[in-house]
Write a protein that binds this ligand. Structure first.
Ligand code: NAD
Length: 305
């Protein structure tokens, strides 16, 4: 079985790495937060003292980091390494497959892919959908950009962490598809929140209203899997004080990426632009570290009118 270096053990990366261990891979982990590595060590991972230390000797490298700047820096010039001029692409063995699962701008993904190719290495962007629950259950959707060869090689390791694995196109294509998806998700979350709250304002039970809309023409993923109204669903962030899950700050990042992408292609995205404004304001109210379904609170009425 292959050895996988897994770098970035946050809300998503931690459970993804755990699933690789369960599937029988030898997993060597690194994160800037020692406690995150300790949790994985208790599940059978080997630990490293640097990202380069984890990647050297691995067959496959998987990264799950916050944003493009982290991915560029780690792969190309690793500021956290003792030798700040060396990135992962300088230390991995020939033939190592590089897979970045973070959601980042397509330009950064293409840049790292080009830098990797200049060293004879294959890199694919493979952002995910499915949230922390999907990461824990091993049912993530992977949306890949890269060569046919790299996509084929990645199947084994991606299958151990997810179900649906798509090849969107060449380098960066996975990121473009992911940003389209998250722009849609944000719009659905805002619209579901305002609809549920209006029902509540008129005296409806949000559980009953959710059941109705779920099987009616307004049905969508947020109603089925991620209801934003507290205590409608169990085991979702809204029933846990909006802790864990997908941070508002990360949604703000993704909506910024969507608007940058829209400018580049001269696409009209009024709903995405509005969702970005709402999420930016929500973050500014101190909600940046809470789950993105907390946007529901924007619509709660302080007093009856
Ligand atoms: P997170 O902030 O919980 O985790 C990121 C981890 O990366 C942290 O543990 C951090 O310490 C680590 N890290 C940062 N820089 C590092 C470096 N140089 N070396 C080693 N470790 C480093 O974020 P997350 O929720 O796990 O999200 C990760 C990515 O996945 C983001 O791009 C996000 O947009 C995307 N994503 C998240 C979700 C979700 O539901 N949380 C869903 C789909 C996609």
């Amino acid at each position: 079985m292959s050895t996988v270096a897994f770098i970035g053990l946050g809300n998503m990366g931690g459970p993804m790495a755990a699933n690789l261990i369960k599937a029988g891979f030898t997993v060597k982990v690194f994160d800037l937060v020692p406690a995150a590595m300790q949790t994985l060590a208790e599940q059978g991972a080997l630990t490293a003292t640097s990202a380069c230390g984890a990647a050297a000797g691995a067959d496959i490298v998987v990264t799950m980091l916050p944003a493009g700047k982290h991915v560029r820096s780690l792969y190309v010039t690793n500021a956290t390494s003792s030798d700040a001029t060396k990135g992962l692409i300088d230390v991995v063995a020939p033939g190592t497959l590089l897979i970045d699962c973070s959601t980042i701008d397509a330009d950064s993904a293409r840049f790292v892919a080009e830098q990797a190719a200049s060293k004879g290495l294959e890199f694919i962007d493979a952002p995910v959908s499915g949230g922390t629950a999907g990461a824990a259950a091993g049912t993530l959707t992977f949306i890949c950009g890269g060569s046919d060869n790299a996509f084929e090689q990645a199947q084994g390791v991606l299958n151990a962490m997810g179900g649906n694995i798509f090849h969107a196109g060449g380098p960066g294509a996975g990121q473009v598809a992911k940003i389209c998806n998250n722009m849609l998700l944000s719009v659905l979350m805002v619209a579901t929140s305002e609809s549920l709250q209006m029902g509540v304002d008129h005296g409806l039970d949000p559980k009953v209203l959710s059941d109705i809309m779920k099987v009616s023409s307004g049905g969508n993923w947020t109603l089925e899997k991620y209801n934003p109204c507290p205590d409608v669903m169990e085991s979702v962030p809204s029933s846990n004080g909006y802790q864990g899950g997908f941070m508002v700050d990360l949604m703000v990042k993704d909506l910024g990426l969507s608007q940058e992408a829209a400018l580049l292609s001269n696409s009209s995205t009024p709903m995405g632009a509005l969702a970005r404004s709402l999420y930016v304001n929500h973050a500014k109210q101190g909600n940046g570290k809470r789950d993105f379904s907390s946007i529901f609170e924007l619509f709660a009425q302080s007093e009856q009118i």
